[in-house]
Design a protein around this ligand. Structure first.
Ligand SMILES: [Zn+2]
Length: 398
């Protein structure tokens, strides 16, 4: 099972049409493929948790990378395993006697993915970010750099993802795990659009490795945690709504608190700008007034009160803000302009995610469904869109 972080269907559409990703094309031809709808907010942590728990965010509790603890007024990082509610499929498989391997690019995800996974019993859980520091006690494997035969990859590189796949291939060759979860990082998709050569090279590299996994006998499942959209104008400037500045001007400083739940420790490639933010009302401003102030701002797709946001997007109420704001595909939302550092974009167009427009993801299996799952796929639960047909019969998009 591979989560292609930021793997927007647009990349597959481009490279399938070019014939650049033959292994994925074969999976789609011989196996199964649809576009599925991921969790909103379309961020990394909520969707990885939905994938490995099989539950919506309302149940697993991880509705972003950050939430505001209203008791302390502190923004809390949501990557701790203690915040994840319920068991993971990985831990349940391991408890039932299966050998499980979980590898992620960024270490922030490792602990949640590894929740309840007993690494002393031959299971493995590590990140390529911390590959050089793996120990048997903590990760169930050591000498990972030697095992993989690649140098420790840089945080901002495509190698951080390729290392995950290479490690998965080595472990599949040597240990034959029953379940392998490989979660990549979206650095490439944040930086490069589908037509850019670096993105094409990345997809060719990962496609080759998917082919190798299948060759080794794995049933390969591919999906993504979220898509990616270009959110810059014709001149290359990011289309940003600085929501905290707008609300401060209207209600005064301190009355509202805008939290950008895309934020993590590595934001250079997107400046912590995404398509989904949360607003807590801390002073006199009431949620209805805040919503009225945001309605009608160009680039805003929806403004929801807490109850509606939880119902529509299946989110945990105890971690939700008073107001949820989602932007259109072409726009992103920030807090105060002064708080966001966009220097890391280095002249690249801003590409990011978080909204409903980035929630559609590919869902591909290297083998066909059995009858039971064919019925499930036909039901509303997968909300599938057969837009990949042309890859199968060459007759164009349908
Ligand atoms: Zn992601």
């Amino acid at each position: 099972m591979v989560c292609i972080d930021g793997g927007d269907p647009a990349y597959l559409r481009q490279y399938l049409a070019e014939g650049a990703i033959p292994n994925i094309a074969r999976f789609m031809r011989e196996g199964f493929s649809v576009i599925a709808e991921g969790t909103v907010p379309s961020f990394t942590c909520p969707n990885n948790m939905s994938i490995i728990t099989g539950t919506p965010a309302s149940q697993h509790g991880i509705s972003g990378n950050y939430y505001l603890d209203v008791k302390t007024g502190e923004a809390v990082v949501m990557t701790g395993p203690e915040l994840l509610r319920g068991d993971t499929i990985l831990a349940r498989f391991a408890d039932a006697g299966a050998k499980v391997v979980s590898i992620t690019a960024k270490d922030k995800l490792r602990k949640q993915l590894g929740k309840g996974l007993e690494v002393s019993r031959g299971n493995v859980s590590f990140s390529s970010e911390h590959a050089s520091r793996c120990t048997f006690a903590e990760n169930g494997v050591d000498n990972v750099i030697d095992l993989v035969g690649m140098p420790q990859p840089d945080m901002y590189s495509m190698e951080l993802s390729l290392f995950v796949l290479e490690a998965g291939i080595r472990l599949l060759e040597q240990r034959r795990p029953d379940l392998l979860y490989l979660s990549l990082t979206d650095w490439v998709q944040h930086k490069y659009a589908p037509h850019e050569p670096e993105a094409r090279r990345f997809y060719q590299e990962i496609d080759r490795r998917f082919g190798r996994l299948a060759e080794l006998g794995a049933l390969v499942a591919l999906t993504a945690d979220h898509g990616m959209n270009d959110k810059s104008d014709a001149a290359g400037r990011p289309n940003v709504i600085w929501l905290q500045d707008i609300l401060d001007a209207r209600f005064g400083k301190g009355d509202t608190r805008v939290i950008c739940p895309i934020t993590d420790a590595f934001v250079a490639h997107h400046g912590a700008l995404g398509g989904f933010v949360r607003v807590w009302c801390q002073g006199r401003a009431r949620p209805e007034e805040v919503m009225a102030a945001i309605h009608g701002i160009p680039g805003i797709e929806s403004v929801l009160d807490k109850a509606t946001a939880c119902r529509v997007h299946d989110l945990p109420a105890d971690r939700e803000a008073d107001v949820v704001v989602i932007s259109t595909a072409e726009t992103c939302i920030g807090a105060s302009q002064a708080q966001h550092d966009l220097s890391g974009l280095e002249g690249h167009r801003l590409r990011t995610h978080g909204g409903v427009s980035e929630a559609r993801v590919p869902f591909i299996l290297s083998a066909p469904l059995n009858d039971e799952y064919r019925l499930k796929a036909g039901a509303a639960t997968l909300k599938s869109y057969q837009i990949f047909d042309y890859a199968l019969n060459g007759t164009g998009e349908s």
